[in-house]
Structures are given as structure tokens and as C-alpha cells.
Write a protein of this length. Structure first.
Length: 367
């Protein structure tokens, strides 16, 4: 007979690559919760072995409204007929089923908002769809007692709108992360600027590809996958930059650090396509700091705050290829600046690490 509390974690992202969910699930285990993570089977997903239980469902639909409807109906009935002491809902698209089951069964509910969901770049210009998600936030968020998000700006936005005192748990890496060490190399002898992450709208890849034309001895390496992957590959061909842009595809989190640390620079050029991006703090920003890669970043509020506070990179004036190239050339031609940035990163990663950030979770989960 076990006295462990049963906690259920709902997510629509790919469990194999959602590092935030993994870190929090591991934390919950260390706090003596019995953890079940519920997700979905996605095309080309990577099988993972975790110390907690993973339950994945294959869906008939994987996009748009039909997916969200199917996911929440399936999730509702799964939760309703199982016994859990607490539910952790990750992002707005998991919230309807989690919220109603928590009310019907009087179960604790915690909400983790990975982004400002209703203001995401994919929703810009789609008034009906964006209006639907805004209505969802209007209904659910004022009614949730325990919630947290990834940045101060998102927290302030939601608190101003709903007075819900949303906390902040940043998505920073472990100081000493679990890495499967192996020798790796990039398919180029030039210096490299690295993009790692999901290949979706507004990641600054097209202006970066054009900027390469104004930079000598630097190639772009792209690690990741996503909706615009083929579009970016077509753009590279159109710009005749196949010899300067290298796609490495999907690499597991456990092996990714081997690649990150051998790059020359890291790019965080998210574009201001809606408040979700403007207020974002991408994982790769912190990964680059931990790998001691000088960062080239867009001037978005939360990203700029980290860059300016810890002096770990340079911010581009705008997203024009020539301005991006000028900023990159400034770093590449200044070895003293590179050394200074790397020293600042060594100090910053002692603060911007999961070992420190995780302490805040104790407020939300009590066993």
C-alpha cells in the first residue's frame, strides 16, 4: 500500500522534447508524488524512457479545432474514471478537461502557462480563432487558484487582466544536466551560428539566412523540426545558400548539449509577432548561456532583460539582414568581447539554473 499522492500531468506537446514537463515531473517524483504524464503520439516522435509513468494516446486528428476537441474529450473521460490527488495542466489547450474534472471530483488543479497562449504568432490575423482562445482564458484563468508561467511579462499581463497572481517559473536548464556524451561535428569548417528549437513562424531564420551574405566565414546550423521546416529549406535553395545553411534535424535532449557547445554563436531572433513572442523567454536562450555561446538576440522585452542584465550577448537594432550581419561581425571581430561574454555566462549560469528555479515549485505542490 503506498501513501504517495497521485499527480496527473496533461500536455499536448511532444513529451520526448518538452524539457519543462520532464523537469517538473522529475521534481514531483523527488517530492514523493506518483507521476503520470499524459500526452499524444505524434509523427516522428522519439521514444523515451522515464522514471515516471507516460501514457500516450494516438489521435484521429492532430491539427486545428478537431484535435483540441478530441484531445479534451479523451482526456476528460480518462481523468474522470481514474483516481488522482492533483492535476497539472500545461497550457490552455489542456485546461477544459482538467478544470472540469478537478471541479467534479474536488481535485487540486495547478496550471502551467508555457506562453501567452491567446496571443501566439499562429493566431495573429485569425480573429475568430483568437477570439475563441481569449474567451477560454477569460473563463478559466480567474477561476484557477494556483498558476504559474515562464516570464514576468506574461505574469503581469494575466494579473492585470484577471487579478490571478500568477507566479513565474522560468524554463532554465540544470547546472549539471544529464547528457549522453559523444563526439560530434558540424558539416562545415567555418565558424557557426546555431539555431536550436522548433521550426515555426517568427524564429528569425529567413533574415538570418539573408544576413549570411554579409558575413565571411560563418555558417548557420539548424537543429530542430516544425511546421515551417520545408518552407525554410525551400527558402535556403531560393537564396542559393545551401552551402552555408546546414539542417541537422531532430536531436534528443540528452544529446543536444554535445552540439550546442561546439557552435561559435547562438541566435535568439524571435520576431515580435504578437505578445506571446514579445513576452517569451525561449529555452535556447538559457541553453546558450550554459554552453557559453555569445548570443545574438532580438530586442524583445524579456530576452533583452536577460541579455542586458547578465551581459551575455548583443541585441540587433532591427531584423534587417544587414543589421543582423553588422551585429554578428562586431562579435566575431572582437576576441576581448567574446572572452568577456563567456566569463559573464559562467557567472550567470550559477543563477539561471533549475537547481535555483525549482525551489519556487514548493509553493504549488505539497505532499
Amino acid at each position: 500500500m503506498t501513501n504517495e499522492k497521485q499527480i496527473f500531468v496533461a500536455v499536448t506537446n511532444d513529451i520526448s522534447t518538452d524539457y519543462r514537463v520532464h523537469k517538473i515531473a522529475t521534481y514531483l517524483q523527488e517530492k514523493n508524488f506518483s507521476v503520470t504524464v499524459y500526452g499524444r503520439v505524434l509523427p516522428n516522435t522519439i521514444d523515451v524512457s522515464r522514471s515516471y509513468h507516460i501514457h500516450r494516446k494516438k489521435h484521429l486528428f492532430n491539427h486545428n479545432f478537431l484535435f483540441y476537441a478530441e484531445y479534451n474529450v479523451r482526456l476528460f473521460f480518462f481523468l474522470f474514471f481514474k483516481k488522482f490527488d492533483c492535476i497539472l495542466a500545461n497550457d490552455l489547450d489542456t485546461l477544459p478537461a482538467c478544470f472540469w474534472v478537478s471541479k467534479l471530483k474536488n481535485i487540486d488543479l495547478v496550471y502551467d502557462s508555457h506562453e501567452l497562449f491567446s496571443e501566439g504568432p499562429e493566431l495573429q490575423g485569425r480573429k475568430f480563432v483568437q477570439g475563441f482562445w481569449r474567451k477560454m482564458e477569460d473563463y478559466f484563468l480567474p477561476r484557477i487558484k494556483k498558476s504559474y508561467t515562464v516570464s514576468d511579462s506574461i505574469s503581469h499581463f494575466y494579473h492585470h487582466k484577471y487579478e490571478n497572481s500568477m507566479g513565474v517559473i522560468r524554463n532554465v536548464p540544470f547546472k549539471k544536466d544529464t547528457v549522453i556524451v559523444e563526439e560530434v561535428a558540424f558539416p562545415t569548417d567555418r565558424k557557426t551560428i546555431l539555431y536550436q528549437g522548433v521550426l515555426n513562424l517568427g524564429r528569425g531564420l529567413k533574415p538570418m539566412i539573408k544576413a549570411l551574405k554579409f558575413i565571411e566565414n560563418l555558417d548557420l546550423v539548424i537543429i530542430g523540426y516544425g511546421k515551417v521546416e520545408q518552407e525554410i529549406k525551400d527558402f535556403v535553395a531560393l537564396e542559393k545558400m545551401n552551402h552555408r545553411v546546414h539542417f541537422l534535424g531532430r536531436i534528443s535532449r540528452e544529446k543536444l548539449a554535445n552540439y550546442t557547445k561546439i557552435a561559435t554563436l547562438g541566435m535568439v531572433l524571435e520576431e515580435p509577432l504578437g505578445m506571446s513572442f514579445e513576452f517569451s523567454l525561449p529555452n535556447k536562450l538559457f541553453d546558450y548561456i550554459h554552453a557559453e555561446l555569445p548570443i545574438i538576440a532580438g530586442n524583445l522585452v524579456e530576452i533583452a532583460k536577460i541579455i542586458n542584465t547578465y551581459k551575455v550577448g548583443l541585441i540587433v537594432e532591427d531584423y534587417s539582414p544587414k543589421k543582423i550581419a553588422a551585429t554578428i561581425n562586431t562579435i566575431l571581430k572582437n576576441s576581448d568581447l567574446i572572452s568577456e561574454i563567456k566569463e559573464n555566462q559562467r557567472k550567470a549560469k550559477e543563477i539561471l539554473c533549475w537547481e535555483e528555479e525549482v525551489k519556487k515549485l514548493d509553493y504549488y505542490f505539497k505532499n
